[in-house]
Design a protein around this ligand. Sequence first.
Ligand code: ARG
Length: 464
Amino acid sequence: MNGEAKPRGVLWAGRLAEKPGAEAFAFQSSLGVDRRLAQQDIAGSRAHAAMLGRRGIIPPETARALDGELARLAEELASGALAVDGGAEDIHSFIEGVLTERLGDAGRMVHAGRSRNDQVAVDFRLYLKEAVPGARDELGETIRVLLDRAEEHAAAVMPGYTHLQRAQPVTLGFHLCAWACALDRDRGRLGDALGRLDECPLGAGALAGSGLPLDREDTAKALGFARVSLNAMDSVADRDFALEIAAAVSIAMTHLSRFCEDLVLWASGEFGFVDLTESWSTGSSLMPQKKNPDFAELIRGKTGRAAGNLVTLLTLLKGLPYAYNKDLQEDKEALFDSLDTLRSCLRMFRGMLSAAVFNLGRMRAACTGGFLEATDAADYLVRKGLPFRKAHETAALVVRDCLEAGEDSIARRSLGDLRRRSALFDEDLYAALEPEACVKSRNLPGGSAPEEVARQIEALRRRV
Ligand code: ARG
């Protein structure tokens, strides 16, 4: 042993007489990250040991002893009675090391027909089978909060924007419902990835399977996998599941980031659409008046991490020769971070949104004065038989007339003035141009009419 490293459970001591020094050993150890997989590693070992016993590869009493000790280990780790010590190379070496310290040769039997390459693939998948539904539930919970707030404000008119220029009146409920639709797709993406990752690599060995009479169906079933993987080499080389989840998380974070950008704008004095409340804001160390939307900004900022983690994984895999390479050890830190980040950001976003106080008066006021009713004026003429292109031009000329006359709304123009542009304009135009009327008229599927938004909310509620 070179230097002071005397790690528990180095699994390859037979081959290498010289060992890395302490710093080098620590550099290649993944224990700090994969200690999170301890329970999954134990579950995998229990299934594997029981199968080895059933197949007569190890004596039945050895299988029983292994199972008992592994169960004890799981409890001790959960209660903190046993600490994962820093000396092991990874969680797999640590667990096998403890087993061997406690059981001697029985501990040395557990790895028959197995490699850390299939073991880590199993552990990682088992972990994700728990963690990803958790993230999905957080998305569902966030959608529910959005829908509650959307329902509350289904009829509250506000400007809808394109190019960040006021475009047409919508409702706050409609806008929040749009956000919920995006998060619903994120749930779907995570669900799709879960379906594909639900296969058991155990039995793939290092890369080529095993000559021992393992029963792969047995371990897959014991671990709750839907099926065994098809090809051993693919099973240890594949990290598509990590990529898919990192991509889905990155998309979800990008959604949150965009919502937060809206909130940051809305919370500004210039918009004044929302008060994010004092408990969801922070102050300035210098400027006494400040109340900053830091939570929204930080969620937006953390989106960079999720994108970075996805790029980390893509870069890790690009150019990686088949099958396993130690590079793959870097996969877990990136994906753990993505999932942790998404979950904490969803919790913060929910809290902030539940508390937010919307300034409905400011939103309503912002619907007048920006010609948001111009499309409805054109549609009015279309309803009266004018070809749309002509109707568009007429409404545009009316807008120009208003601007020249210093008027900020088509509704403020007299009927006489309007009729100089088209004889089709009539008294009923004024009612049609009220923001509430504009919104109400868009009652087709997907539209912003309150009763249609209620239907959208209902559809989303059914999905979550
Ligand atoms: N700690 C390793 C990882 O996370 C486990 C697999 C190691 N396999 C090996 N042949 N070195 O990828």
